[in-house]
Write a protein that binds this ligand. Structure first.
Ligand code: SAM
Length: 405
């Protein structure tokens, strides 16, 4: 990476902190413009954007952005530079093909991610491989076959361990799936200075735990982090000393919902998934308008997600379901059509105002990964930050490779 990690991290902290009143508020939860008065003209400009231009800016937030008139040009240019993470640094080795037969029982996209990830795991002499939060151990099986070594895979769901064990036996892969809650005390037993842990898309607390244990025991890591917001803490406490120091100096405060922004990327989802999500959000916004009127309280009310596989046929059905969840008595007569249209109108507004957050999404993700890298460097590790695959395969394509110097 051409930019020094600490300089990049410090610079990102300044920009994220400086513009936090623009990117932290969630337009979804505000009926009015969620920004201070000096930015209201910016909001009005965004609200005038046509659908096509709005979609283009979602895909290319930094190109010909109307926000250039509002953020200093230097800030935009800096965001672009700071978010450029070349693949090369973590790559080390060239991509290699893996036998297609090894992909049996693995979803197409996951297999392509594994094909890109596996060459990045370079095993030192005397190191034992382990997969962290392994699911059915797809990565572990591929690593075992690729390196011709035994791999231990930790996973807490018994069903996944059983299924993974059967797959490994059937394919003759030397993988031992172990039922282990990695947050429990016993997880410590699996790590030592000769362990090399591979973790592909381990969520928030799960990969933070891995980093802390590795820092303590000197285990090497190849880690693609994911879902930073999946954490028990409401407020983010940087892992690195430098992160804590800079966040305090620049008054950068990150709540759990801010962390969720780092992994929100709709543009890589297939079109039908995006359309479905937009329609669902419009219903939620329509219900929000209704509940504000019914309760006489002009405040956003979060509604839980529908359970997997559950769906409601009409907007009115959705509102009845949501009102039961929130214990709200709906009047016997509701102008469903008006509230549904209000939801669609708000959805169009929210999409446009969200363009501002799009600019800061990748910078925030890189800031979080740098915080993890610096935590390990502060513990005496040598750390590389890079990408392991193109973003069209997964937007969560950042990779840390760390080993104690
Ligand atoms: C996002 S999946 C990643 C699975 C796999 N690495 C992959 O890329 O397909 C997370 C996995 O972590 C497991 N998991 C969640 N919490 C865990 C815990 N506390 N201890 C061990 N495994 C856990 C889940 O059951 C799931 O299989």
């Amino acid at each position: 990476m051409s930019l020094d990690k600490r300089a990049r991290f410090a610079h990102l902290t300044v920009l994220l902190a400086e513009w936090q009143e623009l990117w932290r508020p969630l337009p979804f939860t505000h009926r009015d413009i969620p920004w201070p008065a000096p930015f209201h003209a910016l909001a009005r400009r965004l609200l005038l954007l046509g659908d096509a231009e709005c979609a283009r800016l979602q895909a290319e937030p930094f190109i010909d952005s109307p926000l250039a008139d509002w953020l200093p040009v230097s800030a935009l240019a800096e965001l672009v530079t700071l978010t450029e993470i070349p693949a090369g640094e973590a790559a080390g080795e060239r991509e290699e093909g893996l036998p297609a037969a090894w992909s049996v029982h693995i979803g197409g996209r996951k297999w392509q991610q594994i094909v890109s990830f596996v060459p990045r795991v370079t095993l030192g002499p005397e190191q034992q491989l382990m997969e962290w939060c392994a699911g059915k151990g797809h990565l572990a099986r591929t690593l075992a076959r690729r390196h011709n070594v035994d791999v231990t895979a930790l996973e807490w769901q018994a069903g996944l361990c059983d299924a993974g064990t059967r797959l490994a036996e059937r394919q003759g892969a030397a993988v031992r799936l172990v039922r282990q809650d990695v947050m429990a005390e016993g997880a410590v037993e699996w790590l030592s200075s000769t362990t090399h842990v591979a973790a592909l898309h381990a969520c928030g607390d799960l990969h933070e735990r891995l980093i802390e244990l590795s820092a303590e025991h000197g285990s090497a890591l190849t880690l693609a982090p994911c879902c930073y917001h999946r954490t028990v803490d409401e407020r983010y406490r940087p892992l690195s000393c430098l992160g804590r120091q800079l966040a305090e100096t620049h008054e950068l405060v990150l709540e759990r919902e801010d962390l969720a922004m780092a992994v929100q990327e709709t543009v890589t989802a297939p079109r039908h998934v995006r359309q479905h999500r937009e329609a669902a959000n419009a219903w939620r916004l329509g219900f929000d308008a209704l509940q504000r009127d019914v309760q006489g309280v002009d405040a956003y009310l979060p509604v839980p997600s529908l359970a997997y596989g559950q769906h409601t046929e009409t907007f009115a059905d959705f509102c009845r379901w949501a009102s039961v969840q929130k214990g709200i008595d709906l009047p016997s007569r509701v102008d469903w059509c008006a509230y549904e249209q209000e939801g669609q109108r708000r959805q169009a507004e929210v999409t446009r105002l969200e363009l501002v957050r799009q600019l800061f999404r990748r910078p925030l993700e890189i800031w979080l990964v740098l915080d993890r890298a610096l935590r390990l460097e502060e513990a005496g590790f040598s750390v590389e930050l890079g990408t392991f695959c193109p973003r069209k395969l997964t937007p969560r394509n950042l990779l840390l490779r760390a080993s104690r110097c």
